[in-house]
Design a protein. Structure first.
Length: 352
């Protein structure tokens, strides 16, 4: 029996050595061929290198010629005023973003988590750590699985309940302010994208320019590309099992549609439409669209319209500011272009 086992062991050892021997022989043969026919190998390597390096070099030469061409420079000068206005709108968009408040209530779970430390002391480390970062985040509510599922079905109700957005004048005003900031920023960012697309179309650059050098193209044109995005507040209901192996989450993003629903829900609960906060709460995306349509998408101050300037940035303004007792009623709302609205600020200036 011992001899048989030894024979089987030896045969298995020989079997594992055989593939290594074959590989070694193949490697030696390949090296021998490479050495013998080195000139062919070198030629193939040079061709491969050329295929990799030449296209980018040729594209770069074509790019430099295009940006230095008389046609490009002439067109750049012709649309200088359009580019300048784009950059002004980009600066205005930055102002909106820096001044806006993009946050509402917060969850109480983990509010004092920073006062203690957490350590996983299990012997075999079988328990995965809970989401410590999320556990003390003000926009994350750690809760039961049932609450996570209920929040999916009734997001507005659970957002108000667990993030302390009570039906009061102060909260209602905060929600409406958030809606105004987001709506203005959405319009401004979208306006910038339209302007950039229009500028690109007017030049009609070669396809490879937009494919490989779009950002450089915009810099040559003089456009200041704005990286600003709309910072929609996101609130989460999160469940993590005791062992940490199971978790579920429901998220609520406060975009314009969600904010309008929140405004209407708060308004119905408060029922004080004669107060400043209540009237301000009536300002929704639907009302802003109505005012712009009523005013024929024309600025009530300077009379410029989207018919004359297709990429005109229009905003809805309170004639008598809310801070001075103005209401969000159609007769107290007007359409202004971004320049006139920025100049007016919170002053009371009747339309001409």
């Amino acid at each position: 029996m011992g001899i048989k086992r030894y024979c089987r062991f030896e045969s298995s050892r020989r079997g594992t050595k055989l593939p290594y021997a074959v590989v070694f022989v193949v490697v030696v043969l390949v090296l021998a061929l490479l050495i013998k026919y080195w000139y062919i190998v070198l030629a193939i390597a040079l061709v491969a290198l050329a295929c990799v390096k030449l296209p980018p070099m040729i594209r770069n030469i074509r790019k430099e010629r295009y940006f230095a061409s008389e046609e490009f420079l002439k067109h750049k000068a012709e649309i200088a005023s359009i580019v300048a206005e784009h950059n002004e709108v980009a600066d205005y968009t930055s102002e909106i973003r820096s001044r806006g408040t993009f946050q509402l209530g917060s969850s109480s779970t983990g509010a004092h988590a920073h006062l203690a430390s957490y350590e996983n002391t299990s012997n075999h480390n079988y328990r995965r750590d809970r989401n410590v970062a999320n556990y003390q985040a003000p926009n994350v509510h750690n809760c039961s699985l049932q609450v996570v599922r209920n929040a999916k079905a009734e997001p507005i109700k659970y957002l108000m309940k667990y993030f302390d957005i009570k039906a009061g004048e102060s909260n209602l005003s905060d929600v409406e302010n958030l809606g105004e900031d987001i709506a203005r920023l959405e319009n401004a960012v979208d306006n910038l994208h339209q302007r950039e697309a229009s500028i690109t179309t007017s030049f009609a650059p070669p396809e490879f320019i937009l494919q490989y050098y779009r950002e450089e193209f915009m810099k040559h044109v003089g456009v200041e590309l704005s990286p600003i995005i709309v910072p929609y507040p996101v609130y989460a209901f999160e469940y993590v099992s005791a062992g940490g192996n199971s978790s579920q989450r429901t998220t609520v993003t406060l975009n314009t549609e969600t904010i309008d629903a929140l405004v209407e829900t708060l308004s119905q609960k408060i029922r004080f439409y004669k107060s400043v906060a209540g009237q301000r709460a009536l300002m929704t995306a639907r009302l802003r669209h109505f005012i712009k349509t009523r005013d024929n998408h024309t600025c009530r101050y300077c009379s410029v319209s989207i018919e004359a300037e297709p990429h005109l940035l229009l905003e809805v303004d309170h004639i008598v500011p809310v801070s001075k007792g103005g209401l969000s009623t159609p007769e107290n709302l007007q359409t202004l272009c971004w320049r006139c609205n920025r100049a007016k600020s919170n002053k009371i200036v009747p339309a001409s």
